[in-house]
Design a protein around this ligand. Structure first.
Ligand code: IMP
Ligand code: MG
Length: 176
């Protein structure tokens, strides 16, 4: 892969600074219990790793789990038919959950994921996304915490892929 194909939108330094600030916003809303952080994979694996370490520095206690969801249909857009490919294993009943995803686009993935966690008895569910593309929303979903609001362009890096490439990039960029 040639990294010069990717034009930087959000630098590594800006990501670092914003994630620390986001952790501080999230920590303010917490009330001392051990939270359950659930990252949606694969996209949110880097955001989850960065955010949980920032939250830990602020004294937040947590358990961490992951889910893999898949959406049928076109590769670049959620169809809204969402399947659990790999489930989280920590019981949700009565838990305070912080659900993380890489990008909030149409909102179908998060709408479905929140409904599912609620059905399983999660007590309170808050959501945080690294990136939000509000222009693309087709649902009423709004995240409780947003890292960056970005324009309606396809991005990669920091866990986010294009055809399974570019997840490893330490910045967010456009494929050019
Ligand atoms: P939603 O269900 O439409 O909100 O879709 C969110 C999911 O779509 C994200 O978790 C990503 O997997 C994917 N997605 C949305 N926009 C992009 C993008 O710009 N690059 C890569 N994946 C994207
Ligand atoms: Mg995703």
């Amino acid at each position: 892969m040639n990294q010069s194909e990717v034009q930087i939108l959000i630098s590594e330094a800006d990501l670092h600074t914003r994630i620390l600030a986001l952790a501080a916003e999230i920590a303010l809303s917490m009330t001392g219990e051990t939270i359950l952080v659930i990252g949606l994979c694969k996209g949110a694996f880097v955001f989850t790793a960065d955010l949980v370490r920032a939250l830990a520095k602020l004294g937040i206690r947590m358990e961490i789990d992951f889910m893999v969801l898949a959406s049928y249909g076109a590769a670049k857009e959620s169809s809204g038919v969402i399947e659990v490919k790999l489930d989280c294993t920590i019981p949700l009943a009565g838990r305070r959950v912080l659900l993380l995803d890489d990008i909030l686009d149409t909102g179908k993935t998060m709408t479905h994921a929140v409904a599912m966690l609620r059905t399983r008895g999660a007590d309170r569910i808050q959501t945080a996304v690294l990136l939000d593309k509000p222009e693309r929303r087709t649902t009423t979903f709004q995240a409780d915490f947003v890292g960056f609001t970005i324009p309606d362009r396809f991005v990669v890096g920091c866990g986010i892929d294009y055809a399974e490439q570019y997840r490893e990039l330490p910045y967010i960029g456009y494929v050019v």
